[in-house]
Design a protein around this ligand. Structure first.
Ligand code: KG4
Ligand code: ZN
Length: 335
């Protein structure tokens, strides 16, 4: 059968990315241009700057992805793009570009939900995954638990009622003056922290459902940090360790509870926070005790990229699930 080559484009936040993937599996190119150094100066993503940078970078990034794939634009079978959710101005750059390209090449256009892409990153590297599965989606904007009867169906079991896990990492890091993005910085500090030196609550752990809440933990962490600073007794490493542990403990316990409740033996992790080594290690360790399989994408595919978009788009392609050229970007969408 003819190989289906799809160009994926991702511009929902602060990464301009493009990739060419064959048959939803084989990554021919995966180009990511990160704007992190630009936004770092401001302590977070500045939406207007993000849009402008996407405009500057989208052509060279797509050109590089095509070039590296070894194919030509004309060899593509479809153009896929993240159209939701994300920063609206940022999304619009990718969506407008993809529409124009699809129109110019006379190829079908496919639109992808950013979080579905994150989840699909698992399939790019672990085709052996067995369904049904429970998937923990943890990113800068989302924290959700899903039941997946197959690789492209998503049933929401629970989600955060306030802050997302990544948002909590970022806000606490910012409060402690550690910089942006907070997740990787806190992880690094936590590696030098001492277990048990400080204590923070495992917020919402016993809520009796599969929802999460991180705003209480964030406030508790900020209050504890203020108190330690006043006492002249503030260890960044211990604080990072305890905050990360408190968050990871809740994520792991609730995911295991979901797996038990829905009798599944596969757990998937997805989204930027799934790059967290403490989360990966604890989930793997606890799952092993219960004979459950845990999968997560490699670091490059865990954070924002376009290979996950091009990969998932293949499943839309085979169902002829194409988007009209007047399709829009959407800043919000549920999972
Ligand atoms: O998925 P992603 O790249 O973008 C969104 O779709 O939101 O996730 C970004 C989030 C940020 O909040 C960042 O702090 C967090 O992922 N993150 C991490 C790590 N790497 C990225 N959080 C904890 N530990 C990490 N190693
Ligand atoms: Zn993302």
């Amino acid at each position: 059968m003819h190989e289906i080559k799809i160009l994926g484009i991702e511009s929902s936040c602060d990464e301009t990315a493009a990739a060419v993937v064959v048959n939803g599996r084989q990554i021919l190119s995966n180009i990511i241009h990160s704007q992190v150094p630009i936004h770092q100066t401001f302590g977070g993503v500045v939406p207007e700057i993000a849009s402008r940078k996407h405009i500057e970078n989208i052509v060279p990034v797509v050109e590089a992805a095509i070039h590296e794939s070894g194919f030509d634009y004309r060899d593509l079978d479809a153009v896929a793009v993240t159209n939701r959710p994300g920063l609206i101005g940022a999304l619009l750059v990718g969506v407008s570009f993809a529409k124009a390209l699809a129109y110019g090449l006379n190829k079908p256009l496919i639109v992808i939900h950013h979080l579905h892409g994150h989840i699909y990153a698992n399939m790019l590297e672990h085709p052996e995954i067995r369904y049904p599965a429970v998937c923990l989606v943890v990113s800068g904007g989302h924290t959700s638990l899903l039941y997946m009867k197959d690789q492209i169906s998503y049933q929401l079991l629970g989600e955060t009622i306030d802050d997302a896990a990544g948002e909590a990492f970022d806000k606490v890091a910012r409060f402690m003056g550690l910089g942006y993005p907070g997740g990787p910085i806190i992880q690094k500090m936590a590696e030098k922290g001492t277990a048990g030196a400080l204590h923070l609550p495992r917020v919402y752990l016993n809520s009796g459902n599969l929802d999460f809440s991180f705003s209480g933990l964030k406030t508790a962490a900020m209050n504890l940090w203020k108190k330690l600073e006043r006492q002249g007794d503030a260890s960044v490493n211990d604080m990072a360790f305890e905050f990360q542990s408190a968050l990871v403990d809740v994520l792991v316990e609730k995911t295991l509870a979901a797996a038990k409740q829905y009798s599944v033996s596969t757990i998937l992790l997805a989204g930027g926070v799934a790059a967290n080594q403490a989360l990966r290690d604890k989930m793997t360790e606890e799952a092993r005790k219960r004979r459950l399989a845990v999968y997560y994408p490699s670091l490059k595919l865990c954070t924002d990229n376009a290979a996950m978009i091009a990969g998932l788009a293949y499943h839309h392609f085979i169902r002829k699930d194409f988007a009209p050229l007047n399709v829009n970007a959407q800043s919000q969408d549920s999972l």
